[in-house]
Design a protein around this ligand. Structure first.
Ligand SMILES: Nc1ncnc2c1ncn2[C@@H]1O[C@H](COP(=O)(O)OP(=O)(O)OP(=O)(O)O)[C@@H](O)[C@H]1O
Ligand SMILES: [Mg+2]
Length: 482
């Protein structure tokens, strides 16, 4: 272990050596069984696709530190998609280095210039791939690319990083949770390829289950299977390279699709309205609070706002006549919708205004997909077609786009709003709060209010309970989702 010979005095002075052993114990990472093959492989280029919380950042930090100690005067780079991932890696590396090995104290993680100088002359520099131009042209010995799957293209690697490894025959470790078949997938496939040009490459695949250091990992993963939409589970936990586009809603649960509407039976009813814009339809859907069974559905294509408002009023009146205790209405209040909502409010209606942003949609689609898959939310048989054609697409940078492959998505949009109302105002399992709402908005939900940051202290479940963590770029703020 190169750490042991890093400080010469340890070899001659028994007291210094004893102190050093204690220091090492506090810092050095003992790899778990599934991290060992990655450490021991002598391949020059290593790619690891692994599920969330496998221990990717920890093992990469350990490997990079070891490389720096093995060869004095080495240069190491830690590269990650965005500053926040970089900072997380920096903190992990600092935690793993016994301070006595550093020539000067590690700068605070907020420093503009994150750099670590070892006493043996080695240096680790930290870069964000989002700001690839900052990568100084040097002869680099080892590069770690953490969360490589979340970087839009291989340009930073091909054009800026790979050439720096030429002089000193440097190596690289790419480690990430997959995000579709993008450049990281291509890198991983080089590790599987038998082609002579790829013989420097090695590849490993691990799921979140392969981290034996997380207590009760099987139970945690089972819980995630239950709460996550299947496609996110396969990607984030099982580390599968799922295809870049496919239908998102799984309607196989026997309770997912119902034949007709039921009566409100004295319950509160949550209504979602997607207003027609341009050539669209207006869709009004509603379901009762207790079991989310649909109690109302209407679809029409009048573009006159007055007609649309009148139909919403009629729907509320009808539901009240049929015994609804209360009807809570959610409307997409973005764009032209905001004027309609304002008029309805002027008429004395109590409307929940939904800001239908991309981020809101990403969260709401994930939650609805999960709820349908578990039979907790229900659609009507007539709506099947639109739900089956509702697709996700993974962009090269690992973001999601949700849209209909056939055109109309108004049924889905109305249902997203309705289902959101159940989570926000009803008794659905966890709260989805509108993007950008202050923390206080969830203070009395009885749910944890801590934001998900990816800290070690966060149990797996905390991350997975957070729909933001299923989809958006890793490390993106979890604000807005519960
Ligand atoms: N060798 C190890 N010894 C002890 N704990 C470990 C080890 N490897 C991983 N862990 C634990 O597993 C958890 C995840 O580690 P880490 O943050 O490195 O995973 P990750 O795969 O980078 O996660 P994410 O997908 O959130 O980025 C941490 O709580 C960490 O303490
Ligand atoms: Mg990590």
């Amino acid at each position: 272990m190169s750490l042991l010979v890093a400080e010469r005095s340890w070899l001659t002075d028994p007291e210094a050596a004893a102190g050093a052993v204690n220091e090492l114990k506090n810092h050095i990472l003992v790899p778990h069984a599934n991290q060992i093959p990655v450490i021991e492989s002598e391949a020059r280029f290593k790619a690891v696709a692994a599920g969330r919380r496998f221990g990717k950042t920890k093992i990469s930090a350990s490997i990079l530190i070891d490389k720096m100690l093995e060869r004095p005067n080495s240069i190491g780079w830690w590269v990650a998609p965005e500053y926040k991932n970089v900072k997380r890696g920096y903190m992990e590396i600092v935690a793993q280095i016994p301070p006595s090995l550093l020539a000067k104290p590690a700068p605070p993680s907020t420093s503009q210039n994150l750099i670590l100088h070892f006493k043996n002359g080695s240096v680790i520099e930290f870069y964000s791939a989002a700001n690839a131009d900052a990568m100084a042209g040097a002869a680099v010995d080892y590069v770690v690319f953490d969360e490589a799957g979340l970087v839009g293209s291989g340009d930073a690697w091909n054009q800026l990083i790979r050439p720096t490894l030429m002089d000193r025959k440097g190596g690289a470790l790419f480690i990430s949770t997959p995000r579709g078949k993008n450049w990281f997938w291509e890198i991983c496939m080089r590790g599987l390829s038998k082609h002579v040009g790829d013989r420097d490459w090695a590849y490993w695949h691990y799921t979140s289950l392969d981290n034996p250091t997380i207590p009760d990992i099987e139970k945690e993963v089972e819980e995630s299977r239950r709460i996550m939409p299947e496609m996110f589970f396969r990607q984030e936990i099982m580390a599968e390279f799922i295809s870049a586009a496919a239908s998102i809603f799984n309607l196989e649960h026997p309770d997912a699709v119902l034949n007709g509407i039921a009566e409100p039976n004295g319950q509160t009813v949550f209504m979602g309205v997607d207003l027609a814009q341009k050539e669209d339809f207006t869709v009004i859907t509603a379901s009762r609070a207790g079991d989310r069974v649909p109690v109302y559905h209407d679809r029409f294509n009048s573009l006159r706002w007055a007609d649309q408002r009148e139909r919403i009023r009629m729907a509320i009146r009808e539901l009240e006549d049929r015994g609804a205790e209360d009807v809570r209405v959610g409307v997409d209040a973005t764009g032209v919708g905001s004027a309609v909502v304002e008029e309805m409010e002027n008429e004395g209606m109590n409307i929940e205004k939904i800001k239908f942003t991309n981020q809101w949609k990403e969260s709401a689609v994930g939650v609805l997909a999960r709820d349908l898959q578990n039979g907790d939310a229900h659609i009507l048989r007539d709506q099947i077609d639109e739900f089956e054609h509702y697709e996700y697409k993974i962009t090269p940078s690992g973001n999601y786009k949700f849209e209909s492959s056939v055109g109309h998505d108004d049924e889905v949009s109305a249902k997203l709003i309705e289902n959101f109302m159940h989570h926000q105002l009803g008794n659905a399992e966890f709260k989805v709060i509108p993007t950008g709402e202050p923390e206080a908005a969830v203070k009395d939900t009885g749910l944890p209010t801590k934001l998900t940051t990816g800290d070690d202290a966060d149990p797996l479940r905390d991350r997975l309970n957070n729909p933001a963590a299923w989809g958006g770029a890793s490390g993106r703020s979890g604000r807005g989702f519960r």
